[in-house]
Design a protein around this ligand. Structure first.
Ligand SMILES: Nc1ncnc2c1ncn2[C@@H]1O[C@H](COP(=O)(O)OP(=O)(O)OP(=O)(O)O)[C@@H](O)[C@H]1O
Ligand SMILES: [Mg+2]
Length: 249
C-alpha cells in the first residue's frame, strides 16, 4: 500500500497558490526527489505533509489515514520525520547529547520509560547506533556548532531518525554545501535509505545528484506538479527543461 497520498492539495497564501491542485502518491521504500525552481512550492509541499500548514483544499493521507488538520506532534508520532532547509539543532550540546534527547523523547512516547539503570544502557546503544548510521561516531563528544555545516546536516538527519520514522522528509539536505560536501551527503542519504528501509522524500537543487540517486522524481513549478516519473522520463521531459531554462533566462 502507498505510504503517502496527496489529493487535490491547494495551499493558498492570500491570492497566491503556493501549491495548486497537487496529486501524487509515494510508495514504501522510494527515494523520491521533489525538484523545481526557487519558489516552486517544494518547502510548502513538506509543510502541508508535516502539519505546519493545513491545506486550503484537498487531503493528505499517511498509510491510508487522513492526517491533514492534525498537529505537528501528532503527525511526527504517526511516523513522519523531517529535517529543515535551515539547520535546527541544540547548538551548545554535544553531538551525542543532541541524539540522546531525540532517543529519550521517543522512548517516553512509546512508554518504554526506564525504571532502572539497565535502560540507560539501552539508550546509549541506540545513540551509538544512530551516530554510526549517520557517520558521526567519531564526533560523539564534539559540541554541535563546531561541526562542519555538512556534519550538522548529518546530525539533523540522525535526530529525525531517533523517532524511527517510516517516512523521512529532507528539505534541501545539501543547502549551503560545496560540491564535495554535497556528494558526501547524498551518499550518506542513500546509505541510510539502504540500511534502514525508510522511505525518503527530498529536495535538491543539484540535478545531477537528483538523477544519480532517485527512484522517481516529482517536478513542481509555480505550485503545480508538472511532471512525475522516472529519472529517464524527467531528464527528457521538455516541460521540465523549459522550467529550468526559464529560471536561468
Ligand atoms: N508562510 C507563507 N506566507 C506567504 N507566502 C508563502 C509562505 N510560505 C511560502 N510562501 C510562498 O509560496 C511560494 C512557494 O514557496 P516555497 O518556500 O514552498 O518554495 P520552494 O520551492 O521551497 O523554494 P526554494 O527553492 O527557494 O526553497 C513562494 O512564492 C513563497 O514566497
Ligand atoms: Mg524551499
Amino acid at each position: 500500500m502507498e505510504i503517502l497520498r496527496i489529493q487535490d492539495v491547494t495551499m493558498s497564501f492570500g491570492k497566491m497558490n503556493a501549491l495548486h491542485e497537487v496529486n501524487c502518491a509515494v510508495e514504501p521504500h522510494e527515494l523520491l526527489a521533489v525538484i523545481g525552481p526557487n519558489g516552486a512550492g517544494k518547502t510548502t509541499f513538506f509543510n502541508v505533509i508535516t502539519g505546519k500548514y493545513k491545506p486550503s483544499r484537498g487531503q493528505v493521507f499517511f498509510k491510508g489515514e487522513r492526517i491533514d488538520g492534525l498537529s505537528r506532534p501528532q503527525i511526527i508520532n504517526k511516523g513522519i520525520g523531517r529535517s529543515f532547509q535551515v539547520v535546527n539543532l541544540f547548538p551548545d550540546l554535544t553531538v551525542a547529547a543532541n541524539v540522546r534527547i531525540g532517543v529519550l523523547a521517543h522512548q517516553k512516547q512509546t512508554l518504554r520509560l526506564f525504571k532502572n539503570v539497565d535502560k540507560m544502557a539501552e539508550v546509549d546503544q541506540e545513540v551509538e547506533r544512530i551516530l554510526d548510521l549517520v557517520h558521526l561516531g567519531d564526533e560523539a563528544g564534539v559540541v554541535a556548532t563546531t561541526l562542519s555545516h555538512g556534519d550538522q546536516k548529518c546530525l539533523e538527519m540522525g535526530m529525525a531518525l531517533t523517532n524511527h520514522p517510516a517516512l523521512l522528509l529532507l528539505d534541501e539536505p545539501t543547502a549551503g554545501m560545496g560540491p564535495e560536501e554535497t556528494r558526501q551527503s547524498i551518499e550518506l542519504i542513500k546509505d541510510v535509505w539502504r540500511k534502514t528501509g525508510v522511505t525518503i522524500v527530498f529536495t535538491e537543487h543539484d540535478l545531477d545528484m537528483v538523477f544519480n540517486i532517485s527512484t522517481r522524481v516529482l517536478v513542481l513549478q509555480s505550485g503545480k506538479l508538472i511532471a512525475d516519473g522516472s529519472v529517464k522520463d524527467i531528464r527528457n521531459n521538455p516541460r521540465v527543461k523549459e522550467a529550468y531554462l526559464g529560471e536561468e533566462a
